[in-house]
Design a binder for this molecule. Sequence first.
Ligand code: HEC
Ligand code: HEC
Ligand code: HEC
Ligand code: HEC
Ligand code: HEC
Length: 182
Amino acid sequence: MRWLFAAALAVAAAGSLAFIQAQDGDGTQEGATQSASPAPTTIQPIAFPHNIHAGQDRIPCMYCHFAAERSVDAGIPPVRTCMGCHMIIGGSNERQQAEIAKVRDYFQRGEAIPWVRIYKVADHVHFPHMRHIAAGVDCTECHGEVKEMGVIEEVNQPLAMGWCVSCHKEREASTDCAACHY
Ligand code: HEC
Ligand code: HEC
Ligand code: HEC
Ligand code: HEC
Ligand code: HEC
């Protein structure tokens, strides 16, 4: 994935404002999250690399997505979680320093970082993270090898009913309509 990351950075360095998360070169500027297929691209306000944090630095998923084992939503960490490290860690090159400076700016302004949501089921569907974590289903089964991703690549998207139900049949989990639908 390093080359993808590098390629995306090259584009960003070439003068575009935001970091461009391009999976296969069809990156568009807006509304990309809503268009489901085949490879949606998302521009995040800060170029947050999972491969550095969860991969190279081995920070556990749950350090940041701490709600996953006890609530419906896994949650995105508040900026103060970032500041625990980035008060001190400023980045080792200009590009990193520029991205980390943005983190510090959000913190100083007391603003939440406006991360763009990627995985989302329809409003009539109920998806409880904690039930899956408790049953031992690994993050990778649904989200892929996140710790190798410079930018989140969307796997199993769109989150279709057939995908949920086939795993539920395999693992003898509930296939009652009412388990997943309100
Ligand atoms: C240092 C904090 C941190 C760690 C560690 C971390 N994440 Fe994240 N994660 C984030 C942030 C910030 C975002 C939002 C930005 C983005 O989408 O890249 C995010 C986004 C995500 C998303 C997409 C959420 C959406 O919008 O749908 C998934 C899936 C995810 N992380 C899974 C993981 C997994 C699996 C691990 C462990 C291998 C992990 N994360 C480790 C901070 C972290
Ligand atoms: C446990 C410590 C830790 C936490 C928590 C943490 N980071 Fe980092 N982050 C690092 C380290 C270490 C680096 C690598 C810095 C280096 O190589 O000089 C880094 C690098 C970065 C970079 C630059 C990486 C690049 O190559 O572009 C960004 C941007 C960043 N972090 C954002 C965040 C955000 C946003 C959060 C909160 C969601 C966060 N970090 C939480 C330790 C942390
Ligand atoms: C059985 C599949 C599955 C597993 C296992 C799973 N997720 Fe998810 N994840 C989803 C689905 C489906 C969504 C969309 C949920 C929604 O829209 O309510 C999602 C959404 C997310 C989000 C978006 C924000 C939020 O609050 O939900 C993050 C972050 C995330 N997952 C991280 C993780 C992490 C970290 C793990 C492992 C600890 C994990 N997920 C395990 C399927 C899964
Ligand atoms: C990779 C396998 C897998 C996938 C994919 C998966 N699930 Fe599950 N699901 C499970 C397992 C295992 C359980 C736990 C059953 C238990 O607790 O006994 C579970 C439990 C649940 C429950 C609680 C059921 C109850 O008995 O109350 C709901 C709701 C649910 N899943 C919804 C979903 C939805 C919605 C999706 C798709 C967006 C999905 N799941 C995708 C494996 C999966
Ligand atoms: C394991 C979870 C799960 C179970 C069990 C389940 N569904 Fe679904 N269902 C979903 C998901 C996920 C979607 C996709 C929502 C989307 O497209 O965003 C969906 C979509 C649908 C839709 C389409 C709605 C739309 O937005 O177009 C209907 C209708 C539906 N389900 C009915 C049922 C019925 C009837 C049953 C029982 C026989 C059932 N579902 C069982 C998860 C489930």
